[in-house]
Design a protein around this ligand. Structure first.
Ligand code: FES
Length: 146
C-alpha cells in the first residue's frame, strides 16, 4: 500500500474512533479512577477501570480533547479490556516507544493503535496521543501494587 493510501486509512481509523468512541462513559463498578491532564493544552481524561484478579475486566473514559487524544483513549480501552494488568503496562510502554519513533515488536497485534504510529512525526501531538496511556499506566501500576 502506498504511504498516501496508508495515511488515508490511518486518518479514517482515527476519525472513526473520535466520532464513534468505544467505551465512552464512567464505570459504575470501577475500582480504579484516574484523572490526568495534558499540561501543554489543559485537556483532560477521566479513566475508570474495573480490575479484578490482575485482569482489566472493563474500562471506560470521558474527557475533553482533540481528535488524536480521544481516538487514542478509545483505542486504548478497546485494546486493554480483558488483558492482564502486566500486559496492559507492556502495551503502554510499547505505545510510548511507538511515539518515540522506536521500532516495535511487529509480532504484537496492535489492532487499531497502529493508526496512531504517524503521530511520532509530530512532536507537538505526542502528548495528545499518550494522555490516555499515561492514565492507564498510572491506574494499573497503582492497582498491581496493592
Ligand atoms: Fe489537547 Fe490534543 S490538543 S489533548
Amino acid at each position: 500500500m502506498s504511504t498516501n493510501k496508508l495515511d488515508q486509512l490511518y486518518r479514517s481509523v482515527i476519525m472513526d474512533h473520535y466520532k464513534n468512541p468505544r467505551n465512552k462513559g464512567v464505570l459504575s463498578d470501577n475500582n480504579v479512577t484516574i484523572d490526568m491532564n495534558n499540561p501543554t493544552c489543559g485537556d483532560v481524561i477521566h479513566l475508570t477501570l474495573q480490575v479484578e484478579d490482575g485482569v482489566v475486566q472493563d474500562a471506560k473514559f470521558e474527557g475533553e480533547g482533540c481528535s488524536i487524544s480521544m481516538a487514542s483513549a478509545s483505542m486504548m480501552t478497546q485494546l486493554v479490556k480483558g488483558k492482564k494488568t502486566e500486559d496492559a503496562v507492556k502495551y503502554a510502554h510499547l505505545f510510548s516507544d511507538m511515539m518515540l519513533g522506536k521500532d516495535v515488536d511487529d509480532s504484537v497485534d496492535l489492532g487499531d493503535i497502529e493508526a496512531l504510529s504517524g503521530v511520532a512525526k509530530f512532536p507537538a501531538r505526542i502528548k495528545c496521543a499518550t494522555l490516555a496511556w499515561k492514565a492507564l499506566e498510572k491506574g494499573v501500576g497503582n492497582e498491581s501494587e496493592e
